[in-house]
Design a protein around this ligand. Structure first.
Ligand code: 5GP
Length: 205
């Protein structure tokens, strides 16, 4: 039976642990691929073009918008990010579930355009813990951390359109919860109706 893949959106405020949880989820799920977004930001140390992101110029990004090449795109912090329509469509029609690690603006667009999508929002256990994680990560200057915390509240507010909220208090538990949600959604979405018909049509042994 040919099945269509499910778009799985995972969003969170910066510092919640989304990247690590997405990696853990991808390791444990079969027939699931991560969507590789396009971005106008520069690659950070260790990031590889075509693996972490497709790093493109502003002009290329403008051209892709004009060509309707994005299923969603948004300005996040100082740069633009977008999900390519062609690759997502190809993966979904090939029966592959696609994990979209995107922000809440993108999540809202996916909600509208792909109603079958599963939207999961990750929450920190508290704002104090989120601050602690951002400080420990030592990636941002103190003023940037304050800005991220202010933005986090707006993002958490936007989580209302998401199907599930998962608290990343204890990493292993959050990973188990994510996997359970995806598994349940798959079972709900891919109902084996042909099997039901076959069972009903076959003689009782
Ligand atoms: P970073 O620059 O740290 O890799 O990502 C910044 C934010 O942009 C993260 O919240 C990430 O989920 C989001 N993001 C990455 N790719 C996309 C995308 O294609 N679309 C949208 N809307 N957000 C994205």
């Amino acid at each position: 039976m040919k099945q269509t893949g499910i778009p799985i959106v995972i969003s969170a405020a910066s510092g919640t642990g989304k990247t690590s949880l997405c990696k853990a989820l991808l390791k444990t799920l079969s027939h699931t691929a991560r969507s590789i977004s396009y971005t106008t930001r520069a690659a950070r140390g260790g990031e590889v073009d075509g693996v972490d992101y497709h790093f493109v110029s502003d002009a290329d990004f403008d051209r892709m918008i004009a060509e309707d090449a994005f299923v969603e795109w948004a300005q996040v912090f100082d740069h633009r990010y977008g999900t390519g329509l062609a690759s997502v469509r190809e993966q979904l029609s090939g029966g592959v579930d696609v994990l979209l690690d995107i922000d809440v603006q993108g999540g809202a667009q996916i909600r509208d355009k792909l109603p079958e999508a599963l939207l999961i929002f990750l929450l920190p256990p508290s704002m104090a813990e989120l601050r602690r994680r951002l400080v420990n990560r030592a990636e941002d200057a103190p003023d940037v951390i304050e800005q991220r915390l202010a933005e986090a509240k707006a993002e958490i507010e936007a989580s209302a359109v998401y199907d599930y909220l998962v608290v990343n208090d204890e990493f292993e538990q959050a990973a188990i919860d994510l996997r359970a949600i995806v598994r349940a959604h798959r079972l709900r979405q891919n109902r084996p109706s042909e099997l039901v018909e076959g069972l009903l049509g076959s003689p009782v042994a």
